[in-house]
Ligand binder design. Structure first.
Ligand SMILES: O=C(O)C(=O)C[C@]1(C(=O)O)C=C[C@@H](O)C=C1
Length: 288
């Protein structure tokens, strides 16, 4: 049976752009929400899932992080970073009337990425959250009795036959999103081009709150000269002030120094869960 790839749909999402780059020509299955996609990987309805993990402007996608940390035994087997260009999309019937837009629909991350543009250009418009930018574009296509807009990409504009009323409306030029490939079954990703490095992502839970606990964790990486690219705390959901840490390390697979870190941390009573050891890819061009 051909492998099936789950992703955040419908057609025209940024996640679909990532999937087209990572799994060209594969059998795809769309999910309405990130959670549904994660669950499908977990219960093996699909072989791989592709979901967003982090954006330059908006930070982490907590749904993805929390699922990986709290609920599952699925792991990260790859990462793709894509440039994110947000456009204001409108029904073609209203293409010259975008200043009259009453509502702007999009994924909360996309709305946040264009906050300044919306404040300046459409201060009276109601902002409506959708499960994805593709969903918002589809809604605009289906609504021709009112002037509404969506924030989304050029793939959605083409797919739904929408006009681009204003292009590149994201507030910061350097707008990128990291997408991760997840799997349940020890599968690996074998993309050949666009490789930019390797990472290991660890979930670290301190034994208890004592002075210098995090410092001790970081020291284990520091004296081995292991380069961290991200550290983030997330609530354990057991009480205020209880956090665990998610740490990304720029490291080749099977690095013996990392095994040393794990042994040292575990000896200190710190729990270490490996969320993934994976290749990282990056593309700057648009996927047509
Ligand atoms: O809605 C989409 O198109 C998505 O793929 C989701 C998502 C996100 O969750 O951040 C992905 C990239 C962009 O940052 C905006 C939205």
């Amino acid at each position: 049976m051909p492998e099936e790839i789950g992703y955040l749909g419908p057609e025209g999402t940024f996640t679909e752009m990532a999937v087209m780059e990572l799994f060209p020509g594969s059998q795809l299955k769309q999910f309405a929400t990130i959670f549904d996609c994660l669950e499908a990987v977990d219960d093996k309805t699909v072989d791989y899932g592709v979901v967003p993990l982090e954006n330059t402007i908006e930070g982490s996608v907590n749904m993805t992080l929390d699922y990986l940390c709290h609920q599952s035994s699925i792991s990260i087997v790859g990462e793709l970073t894509l440039p994110i260009r947000q456009h204001l999309l409108i029904h073609p019937n209203y293409k010259d009337r975008w200043h009259e837009i009453e509502e702007v629909h999009s994924h909360p991350h996309a709305i946040a990425q264009a906050h300044e543009f919306l404040r300046r250009n459409l201060p009276g418009a109601k902002l409506v959250h959708t499960t994805s930018t593709g969903k918002a574009a589809k809604l605009v296509k289906e609504t021709d009795e009112r002037v509404i807009g969506a924030i989304g990409n050029e793939l959605a504009a083409t797919h739904y036959g929408l006009a681009i009323a204003s292009s590149d409306i994201h507030d910061y030029e350097n707008n990128h999103t990291r997408f991760v490939v997840l799997t349940k079954e020890g599968k690996t990703l074998s993309k050949k081009d666009a490789l930019v490095g390797h990472k290991v992502t660890l979930q670290i839970t301190l034994p208890s709150d004592y002075p210098g606990a995090l410092y001790q964790v970081l020291a284990a990486f520091a004296w081995r000269k292991l380069n961290l690219s991200k550290i983030e705390s997330r609530p354990m959901k057991t009480g205020l002030g209880n956090y665990f840490f998610i740490i990304d390390i720029l490291s080749e697979p099977d690095n013996v120094l990392l095994q040393g870190v794990k042994n040292e941390l575990e000896a200190l009573g710190t729990a270490v869960k490996v969320l993934g050891e994976y290749p990282c890819y990056s593309v700057e061009h648009k996927v047509e």
